[in-house]
Design a protein around this ligand. Sequence first.
Ligand SMILES: *Cc1c(COP(=O)(O)O)cnc(C)c1O
Length: 412
Amino acid sequence: MMTDFPSLAEAEARDAADPLRGWRERFALPEGVIYLDGNSLGALPVATRGLMHDAVDRQWGEGLIRSWNDADWIGAPRRIGDKIARLIGAAPGEVIACDSVTVNLYKLMGAILAARPGQGRTILTESGNFPTDLHVAAGIAAQHGLVLDAAARDSIVEQIGPDVALIVLTHVHYKTGDRFDMAAIQALADAHGVPLIWDLSHSTGAVPLNMAADAARFAVGCGYKYLNGGPGAPAFLYVAAEALEFLGSPIQGWMGHAAPFAMTDGYEPAPGIERFLAGTPPMLSLLALEAGVDLMLEADCHALWGKSQALFDFLSQLMAARCPELVPITPARGDLRGSHASFVHPNAWPINRALIDAGVIGDFRAPDVLRLGLTPLYLGFADIWHAVDRLATIMGEGRWQRDEYKVATRVT
Ligand SMILES: *Cc1c(COP(=O)(O)O)cnc(C)c1O
């Protein structure tokens, strides 16, 4: 027997009453597509188009090399970093926009370990963490003669002790959506004197963050997910002001030099967070990221998170009633998760392919997870309703069993 579930009329009524509804117009989303993958690649803000035209035609085309000064290209990593700082509860001068999450993890881990030689034997992280976090940690551990301890999620707290040289945790898990209690784990790490790096890739722009209030001193995060910075957008790196002077980037590049254009032989790190820059910043990508960050700064992150939770509850209710064969694995409680909802099914891959064909873009994470991202800036309750309705049809008809949906793609 089918359980009761909310009607489309109910969804439309909730959209009509939603004070955040107008934000959708700020995104250039294709007609007829319900986009549930903003947690993997954010949507295109309308403003980004114009800014990109200006960046290419005026700043680059006409300004040429003069734009490094005239358009303040040289100041972009720090300027955008200061804006991201406002999103994560950090101070100006504590965040720099640069490189990828991977490279920033490498720089920050290397910097912290070099500043505390001989302290601890292991790098502690979570087994099943995002692959790049594990790979970088394994590489750095080998370089520094340390052991990588990838512990089960529920045993991490017990592992924190004097043996640990460095902890690297992803705040919101990319697959399950599980969220760590940042303040509590940070306090525990601090009690043992162990530095802790937070990966905020699935948190920034999704859940309210406050580095200062949670006493978090080190973090990295992603620009192309909830910040809508564009494909391969630069990432960011955060170091609390009090810790900065003790750290030097293991990639000593000229852009991290105190005076890059003094063109000196010797390396002297920039006094500020710029010391974590390496090479010449990718200006077009940075300017696209800035447009996404500006848009996010206009929104009220607490209102966004409130709507994200309402969308999550709505989705959960519909899924339980209409697609019970997909098993939810994301915690129901808001304070225990991020802004996506994941479901397990042995045929999650072809189901996701069939869903995309039906105009609903979610994604698949190996081996069996269907992941649906909830981005309150441009999704409404009717979108969620239609998405589940189409998924229920696909499941009911067994449409996912078609051969065409079994074909693998390079990116999932
Ligand atoms: C998306 C994501 C990354 C991405 O790393 P890149 O170097 O930017 O490709 C890293 N870590 C986590 C936890 C992520 O979710």
